[in-house]
Design a protein around this ligand. Sequence first.
Ligand code: NAD
Ligand code: 0WE
Length: 259
Amino acid sequence: MTRRFEGKQGLVLGVANKRSIAWSIARALADEGAELAFTFQGDRIESSVRELAESVSSPLVTSCDVRSDEDVQRVFGEVGEAFGGGLDLLVHSVAFAAAEDLAGRFTDTPRENFWLALDVSAYSLVACARAAEPLMEARGGGSILTMTYLGGERAVPHYNVMGVAKAALDASVRYLAWDLGQKNIRVNAVSAGPVRTLAARSISGFPTMEAIVEERSPLHRQIDADDVGAAAAYLLSDAARNVTATTLYVDAGFHSMGM
Ligand code: NAD
Ligand code: 0WE
């Protein structure tokens, strides 16, 4: 077995439970030798994240609400201490919009909810990349990965304000890649097809979307979180050393279809 992440240290944001895409990515990295720190948001998920982190011998599990500059600063300070002043890998797998905005009409999105979705789901990548920069520079470079969705490029019914947030996230990937390329830090995204996670299960019509993917995608099947983990591991690894500012689709080819 190849151990692509031996000696590498990473921070993973966005594990809520064992079904989280962030957890599949973390396992793929840890399986190949990465040492990983984790953040969680909210007391309700703390114990489940601690338990998962312990199973991969994580040296640091800490709270982070990405809306808070203070939290982000503190977390990267703790990461620097845990990892001897450096960081190689950053996984950003965080998104949130008010539940009522993922149903009904985009037209009805209140101003406050629009900014909430963009704050948590797009600006947070910029804040984390800025905080990671000096730690990655200390290692001579690094790799940053975020999670996106086709709804940022095309209108997917009910994805609504999250689609606008993903469009901002996708553009942020390109601008961050330009700025951080100078420091040998790469920034990429994985665009996943529908996966039944905590964030997805509460969405009405999710089974219908899965059926549409099965019918219309070139591979006629669902993807799972471990498929995303494998693609993420590639982008985070040295095999992708000259890959930056790009999106890798893990969606059974669905994005390529016009009908
Ligand atoms: P998930 O619910 O397991 O993960 C979402 C995470 O975001 C949770 O861990 C939650 O705690 C975190 N989060 C929300 N608000 C936060 C805040 N203010 N501060 C810090 N963390 C916060 O669901 P998931 O499906 O694994 O989602 C992970 C990423 O994958 C998201 O960016 C999502 O948009 C993206 N994605 C999901 C799918 C899918 O079908 N599940 C498809 C494509 C992309
Ligand atoms: O990015 C996502 C979902 C992100 C998400 C999910 C929730 C549910 C619970 C963000 N915020 C919240 N807020 C909550 O209160 N996906 C790519 C999965 C998803 O969500 C959809 C989809 C797909 C696909 C919503 C409508 C239509 C399609």
